[in-house]
Design a binder for this molecule. Structure first.
Ligand code: ADP
Ligand code: MG
Length: 703
């Protein structure tokens, strides 16, 4: 981009946004559609044909040849099937371009081929995608041409959600309804909508494609399964916020331009802590749109990398020994007239509405800590949560000094009389301007941190959709608001009831507040004393989905029914099992076909040298010592790969998914570690020329 004007010129050009709608739709239809988008009216099928014709005209002018219903099944990825706009050829043999209201509103992919966790039997294959007009259609340009992508929800024949978007939309309605109830209690009669907003900060690794292609582990599993640490890791902190290498800069530039065209407000980019690790954050948007933006962002990061001879790794832990990647989910609630419900204002101690909302959120997070933890569980994240850089697997809330102090006043005297202010920041240098600091410092180790006017949920994995964690946050907050409203709406003396309830919630749930170092061992002990759950692995976390407490809540707010929850738990176990199985098989494959042969060849070379030296009466001391060390590790690796093969075979014989997942976790993962250890040691001993794949150093430092 030459200058900022050109960003303004390209931003949103490939989005059927409000501007395009005004331009291409008849006025009356535009207003009708707006009402639906704003949630004030169901979609009138009569306008669908007109809207479809307008979108078609717009898309074809932009060069689109195909359209697709773009949806998010429970594979963890987005799905699409392209249809060109052409009609059957006429008598002259030419075609027209067609796209009807029905094409816009409804699609029918084969539901039996997507994970349903038992919700659908294979013979009951019908599933429907339905247009989600709250997230605008957009055109994606790639090697396949220009494709009109229509965001859709995906449900089964009987209306059960088979995707991520449907529960998200349901949960947004739930939290909106309860938030409005709460606002009305405080005399707000003007706000008509309350929407959760999400800002999803995306971390990723960028490596060279040619090197990537020499690593079967990266190709099949997205992470390295072997790899000795290079002499340098991240200890110097020289990569974090460092100057972008030109190759990376060129990549980011193209990513940004493509995202801006598709209306994704890419905002902040920088190098992250680990070598070859980077971050991209957009400006936040309504949860539903932000979740789609994040999917577009992940796809674009991958696609542009491929075009530039790079590979973008979205795995949570591509490399052992350095930081993994997460996705911070920044969440807030805002009304249509611009009130952020999480804004404490300048005098939080007097902001009774904010204090009630805060107390409700503390209650929600405390009661449903297990669900929140589960919402961030995926196979890759198991290597990250609880490792040294990531939030621990224990959920707690960081509020910061200012709010901690207000709550302490409330608990000790029943009244909060003042709020701590931010002081001036003095640098001691006359030429640097002094300014007022925020009232509260950050805590980078907290999984659920209050940051000015939003909560930042930091546990989510880099590859995951932000959807599931948002569904959980929306719904647990809706429940807490609903419970509070049930009491306060009946109260004879609102002020007293409000005061008492706020203090009651804070007092009952203060154990979830923690401002110290979340990465320390002491916190693990302390959390245990407080009775906070510490669900270390995905396998431990999944049951949280189907507890009575979870089912009751999700059913109460019509976000999930029990069958949907059970199916999701089933899908999670299944995906865990498949992922670990692929990792184990990949390790076996690499060991047997690449690593052992290379090491054996090298031992052959060494023995040859030893023989020749002996023949001329020279003692082969160094060579013999090296050979002995290598042989010992080779034996260990050989034994370990046999064990891994055995346990992997045993795992696949277990029918029940949950039982099998525990087996993978307890036995297969352990066997994988036991194999990795001697092989990483071998990598340090064997000639680099014969080692069959690029090293960590090659991958992370030579992009
Ligand atoms: P921080 O420095 O607190 O991490 P940033 O301004 O860098 O905050 O924002 C991080 C992410 O949070 C960005 O995606 C940003 O757009 C988003 N964000 C900022 N304010 C809000 C809000 N009120 N609600 C949701 N997300 C927000
Ligand atoms: Mg942040």
């Amino acid at each position: 981009m030459e200058n900022t004007n050109s960003i303004m010129d390209i931003f949103g050009t490939n989005v059927f946004n409000d501007k395009a709608m005004r331009q291409y739709l008849p006025k009356s239809v535009y207003y009708e559609l707006k009402k639906t988008i704003e949630g004030r009216k169901e979609l009138d099928p009569a306008i669908a044909d007109v809207v479809a014709a307008a979108i078609k005209k717009w898309a074809i002018e932009k060069g689109a040849t195909h359209y697709t219903h773009w949806f998010q099944p429970l594979t963890g990825f987005t799905a699409e099937k392209h249809d060109s706009f052409i009609t059957p050829p006429n008598e002259e043999g030419s075609v027209l371009m067609e796209f009807s209201g029905k094409d816009l509103i409804k699609g029918e992919p084969d539901a039996s081929s997507f994970p349903s966790g038992g919700l659908r039997a294979t013979f009951e294959a019908r599933g429907y995608t339905t247009w989600d007009c709250t997230s605008p259609a957009f055109i994606r340009e790639d090697a396949a041409g220009a494709i009109l992508c229509i965001p859709t929800a995906f449900c089964s024949f009987t209306g059960e959600a088979l995707d991520q978007k449907t529960p998200l939309l349901r949960s947004m309605e739930a939290v909106q309804e309860q938030s409005l109830r709460l606002l009305r209690l405080f005399g707000n009669t003007t706000s008509r909508k309350v929407v959760p907003s999400i800002g999803a900060e995306q971390e990723y690794f960028l490596i060279d494609r040619n090197k990537y292609l020499q690593r079967k582990d990266l190709i099949y599993t997205g992470r390295t399964l072997f790899g000795a640490m290079p002499p340098k890791g991240q200890e110097l902190d020289d990569h974090y916020f460092g100057t972008l290498r030109q190759r990376v800069g060129g990549y980011m530039r193209q990513v940004n331009e493509e995202l801006w065209k598709m209306g994704v407000p890419a905002k902040t980019q920088h190098n992250e802590v680990a070598p070859a690790q980077h971050e991209l954050a957009p400006i936040y948007a309504e949860a539903n749109v932000a979740a789609d933006h994040n999917q577009i962002m992940m796809q674009t990061l991958k696609r542009v990398a491929a075009q530039q001879g790079l590979v973008c790794l979205l795995h949570e832990k591509p490399f052992a020994g350095v930081n993994g990647s997460g996705k911070h989910n920044n969440w807030s609630l805002t009304t249509d007239d611009g009130i952020n419900l999480l804004d404490p204002g300048k005098r939080p101690h007097e902001n009774r509405q904010f204090l009630l909302i805060l107390a409700c959120i503390l209650k929600a997070v405390d009661i449903h800590a297990d669900l929140l933890r589960e919402s961030a569980a995926n196979v890759g994240n198991d290597h990250r949560l609880g490792a040294h850089e990531a939030p621990p697997a224990i959920v707690s809330v960081f509020l910061g000094e200012q709010l901690d102090d207000v709550l302490a006043q409330l608990l000790s005297t029943g009244n909060a009389t003042h709020s701590l202010r931010g002081h001036k920041l003095h640098t001691g240098v006359k030429t640097l301007p002094d300014f007022t600091k925020d009232a509260t410092d950050r805590n980078r180790t907290s999984p659920f941190a209050f940051t000015n006017n939003k909560f930042e949920f930091r546990m989510v994995g880099s590859r995951d959709s932000v959807t599931h964690s948002t569904v959980v946050i929306n719904t647990i907050v809706a429940e807490a608001f609903a419970d509070a409203c049930d009491i306060l709406e009946k109260a004879e003396d609102f002020d007293t009831a409000l005061h008492d309830l706020t203090i009651q919630y804070i007092s009952e749930h203060q154990k979830i507040i923690f401002g110290g170092n979340g990465y320390s061992e002491e916190w693990v002990e302390e959390a245990k004393r407080r009775g906070l759950p510490n669900l270390k692995s995905m396998v431990d976390a999944i049951p949280a989905l189907v507890t009575d407490k979870s089912i009751q809540m999700f059913e109460r707010f019509h976000v999930f029914n029990a069958a949907e929850l059970h199916s999701r738990a089933e899908i999670k176990y299944e995906s865990y099992n498949k992922a670990v199985n692929i990792e184990a098989l990949t390790m076996i494959d690499m060991t047997v076909k690449q690593i052992l042969p290379a090491v054996i060849e090298y031992t052959g070379t060494l023995s040859g040298i030893i023989q020749s030296l002996k023949a001329i009466d020279v003692a082969p001391t160094v060579q013999s010592e090296l050979l002995r060390d290598i042989m010992s590790l080779l034996n260990e690796a050989n034994a370990a790969v046999r064990v891994l093969r055995k346990v992997t075979a045993e795992a696949s014989g277990i029918q029940d998914n949950e039982e099998r997942a525990h087996y993978y976790h307890d036995h297969v993962m352990t066997a994988m570690d036991a194999l990795r250890s001697p092989i990483d040691s071998l990598e340090m001993l064997v000639d680099k020329e014969v080692w069959p794949m690029p090293s960590y150093g090659d991958l992370m430092f030579e992009v």
